[in-house]
Design a protein around this ligand. Sequence first.
Ligand SMILES: Cc1cc2nc3c(=O)[nH]c(=O)nc-3n(C[C@H](O)[C@H](O)[C@H](O)COP(=O)(O)OP(=O)(O)OC[C@H]3O[C@@H](n4cnc5c(N)ncnc54)[C@H](O)[C@@H]3O)c2cc1C
Length: 463
Amino acid sequence: MEKAFAEWPQSLWAHNSLQWNFHSLENSESFDVVIVGAGYSGLWSAHHLLNLNPSLSVAILDARQPGFGASGRNGGWCSAFSPMSLEAIAAQSDRLGAIDLQNALVESVDEIGVHIERSGIDCGWHKGGTLSFASSQLQLQRIEDNITMARNFGFDDSFMHYVTPDQAEARVRIRGSHGASYSPHCAALHPAQLVDGLVRQLLSRNVQFFGSTRVTGITPHRITANTSNGEVSVGAKWIVRATEGFTARMKQYRRDVAPLYSYMIATEPLSDTQWNEIGWTNRETVSDGRNLVIYVQRTADGRIAFGGRGAPYKFASQIGSSYDRNPKIHSLIENSMREMFPSVADVAVTHKWGGALGVHRDWFASANVDHKQHLATLGGYVGDGVAFSYVAAKQVAVSIAGARTDHRPLPIVNHTSPQWEPEPLRYVGINSILRLTERADETEKRLGRTNRFIYWLLGKLIP
Ligand SMILES: Cc1cc2nc3c(=O)[nH]c(=O)nc-3n(C[C@H](O)[C@H](O)[C@H](O)COP(=O)(O)OP(=O)(O)OC[C@H]3O[C@@H](n4cnc5c(N)ncnc54)[C@H](O)[C@@H]3O)c2cc1C
C-alpha cells in the first residue's frame, strides 16, 4: 500500500535511504583536509584524495547531514552530458579541451558504474543510455544540430545518433514523437542510495563526518562554524568547499553561485499492463528538445520520476525548505508527464519535491585549486552534477595531492567565472532568462516557429 503524499513530506528517495545523524563538531580539531559539504562533490573529493594518499586525515562537515542537498534529491541521471555545449567549452578553452572534457565525462559514467558494482552499492544503477525526444519539427532540428555539433568535434554514431520515430517508439512510447537522439552514456540510479553507499565507504576509510555544522567563514587553514555547541573552529592543511547551490549563504561567497530550483514528482509504481503500454524496458533516461529542461527516469521500483527546471529565482539567492514545494511548477510538471505518457492518465502522483542546484554567472562548472590559500572549490554544474561532480572532484584531488598525470588539466580547472550582479539586477536578470526561455517554448508550441528576438535577447543575458 502506497503512503499518501501528505505522509511523505520529502522526496521519493528519502523514504528508502538512510537518515544520517552525525553529531556536530565539538571542539577545535585539526585535519589534513576538511571538506565543507557532504554531497557528491564533497564525497567524491574525499574518495579521490584517499585513493591518491590513503594516509590523509579527512573530515567532512555538513550544515545538515549527508545528501541533504541536491545529491540526495536529484533526478538520478548519471549522465556524460554537461550544461556547457562542446562549442561553449571550446570557446572558453580550445577544441581539444572540449573533447578532453567530454571524454572525461563519458569515462566517469563507466567508472562510477564499476565503482558501484565492485563495492556493492545497492542504488538501482542501470546504464540504459538516454533518449532525447523531439515532439515537434523545431525540436527535431535542435536535436539534429546537437548531433552535428558532436560530429564536428569527432564524436561518431556510437556517442550519439538519431533514432527514427518508429525506433524511438520501440524503446519508449511517448505521445507525438518526431524521433529522438540516443546516447548510451547515461545511467539511471537512486541518488540518495548512492550518497549512502559513498558515506559508508568513507567511514570505513576513517573519514570523520560531522552534521549540523554550518560553516560561516573560511580563511586559509581555518574554518569557523556554527553548531549546537556554539561557534567552533577547525584547522586544516587543505580546505575543500563543496557547497554548490548553498554557497551564497556564506557571506564571503554571496555572489559566486546562484541557486536555481528544480522540481520533481514521482508516481506510484505502474502496473505491468501500464508498463507494457509504454515499453521502456531498458530504463533509458528520457528528456525532450524543449528549451526548459525536463528529465525523466523509470525507477528501479517501477515508477516514473519526472523533473523540470524553470522555477523563478528567489531574491538574494535565498533557499530554504519552504521552497521545496511549488504547487504551480509541480502541476506544470504533472501536466507535462500526463501529456507525454497518456497511459498514466489515472496513475497517482505520490511524491513532490524540489531542491537547489548551483549556477555560475557564465553557466560554466569549475574545479578550482588555490595553492597559496590551500583552498579548493568545485561546483556550478547547472543540474548536471551527478557524474560531473566525480570529474571535478578528481581534478581537485589530483591538484591537491600534486599527483603526476599525463593529461593536461580539463577546461574546468581554475576556471574563474565572473561574479553575479548585485541585487536587484541579479533577480531581474536571472528571472528574465527563465521567463524568456519559457516564452520561447510557448511560441514554438503555439506557432511552430522560433522567436529569433527571444534567442537574441537570451544570447545577451547568458554569456
Ligand atoms: C531536483 C534536482 C534534480 C536534479 N537532477 C539531476 C540529474 O538527474 N542528474 C544530474 O547530473 N544532476 C542533477 N541535479 C544536479 C545535481 O544533483 C547536483 O549538481 C549535485 O548533486 C551537486 O552536488 P554537490 O555535492 O556539489 O552539492 P549538494 O548535493 O547540494 O551538497 C552540498 C552540501 O553542502 C552542505 N552545505 C551547504 N552550505 C554549507 C555550509 N555553510 N556549511 C556546511 N555545509 C554546507 C549542504 O547541506 C549540502 O549537503 C539535480 C538537482 C536538483 C535540485
